[in-house]
Design a protein around this ligand. Structure first.
Ligand SMILES: Nc1ncnc2c1ncn2[C@@H]1O[C@H](COP(=O)(O)OP(=O)(O)O)[C@@H](O)[C@H]1O
Ligand SMILES: [Mg+2]
Length: 263
């Protein structure tokens, strides 16, 4: 059964998509079977991983029930991806069924057995798309940018997390906060790291030991349709994402050993 990890933060520009792409690509390089799912109408995850997001069926057709999950999976080298595009932005208005927060979970159910990890990128909002992500997930990871001292949405994140746990997904767990775009010499970065520690405490989680340093390679890779490990394996962000993935794998292993997940 796949472990499903959702990248979430209501603020835009904090590294959700960059981290989703690095996590999906890094796990695939280590031999895990990975499905990346883009729940953001901006379609950046598909683009980052080299998919032509204006061609072929998207997550939207899947959620609407117009296509099966098998029909919307695209294969890019060693990663499977379900892309999105701007049409998904009408989901809030058009997906009007009962239990509509469970559409993604139901859509992915038939393929859960085919993957080790499912990585889901979400939009910078708390809407039905994000709620679908939380409902389908085992784990949340919260990227926070060391460039922006901002607590926008974190109270709402906590409330949403608790609501989802109390209703449809009692096993949902926050893995931690991952600090992105970190610059050791900047006071702002150090201040944000400290703030991240406080926020993590309030969410009963912790800050990943790995912090993702700022580096042009992270910003450039998507434009070349390459992931960070292909584009610049020796760059600071590639090394840091490697350490981040080590921590993720360790947490999952510990949870498995503790029998948290009933397989
Ligand atoms: N470690 C990093 N170093 C430099 N730029 C980064 C890094 N991580 C992300 N970026 C850049 O920051 C911007 C926002 O990142 P993105 O992943 O798109 O955030 P979000 O998905 O939360 O909106 C993008 O232009 C991205 O290329
Ligand atoms: Mg994004």
């Amino acid at each position: 059964m796949a472990h499903t990890i959702v990248l979430t933060n209501q603020k835009g520009g904090v590294g959700k998509t960059t981290t989703s792409a690095a996590l999906a690509a890094g796990l695939a390089r280590r031999g895990y079977k990975v499905l990346a799912v883009d729940m953001d109408p901006q379609g950046n995850l598909g683009f980052s991983l080299g998919v032509d997001i204006d061609k072929g069926p998207t997550i939207y057709e899947g959620l609407k029930g117009d296509a099966t999950v098998y029909e919307i999976i695209h294969r890019i080298s060693d990663i499977d991806i379900i892309q999105s595009n701007i049409l998904l932005s009408s989901a809030e208005a058009t997906l009007r069924t009962d239990n509509r927060e469970l559409l993604l979970k139901k859509l992915l159910e038939p393929v859960e057995r085919l993957y080790d990890y499912i990585i889901i990128d979400t939009p910078p909002a708390f809407n039905i798309l994000t709620l679908n992500g939380y409902s389908a997930a085992n784990y949340l990871v919260i990227p926070m940018s060391a460039e922006i001292l901002s607590l926008v949405g974190l109270v709402q994140l906590k409330e949403t997390y608790e609501t989802v746990r109390q209703s449809v997904n009692p096993n949902l767990k926050i893995m931690g906060i991952i600090l992105t775009k970190y610059e050791k010499r900047r006071k702002l970065s150090r201040d944000v790291l400290e703030m991240a520690g406080t926020v993590a405490g309030q969410l009963n989680t912790s800050v990943f030991s790995a912090v993702i340093r700022s580096g042009v390679a992270a910003a450039e890779a998507p434009a070349h349709g390459m992931n960070i490990f292909e584009y610049s394996p020796r760059s600071a962000p590639a090394k840091d994402y490697g350490a981040f993935i080590d921590e993720i794998l360790l947490m999952v292993k510990e949870d498995e050993e503790n029998g948290k997940k009933d397989e």
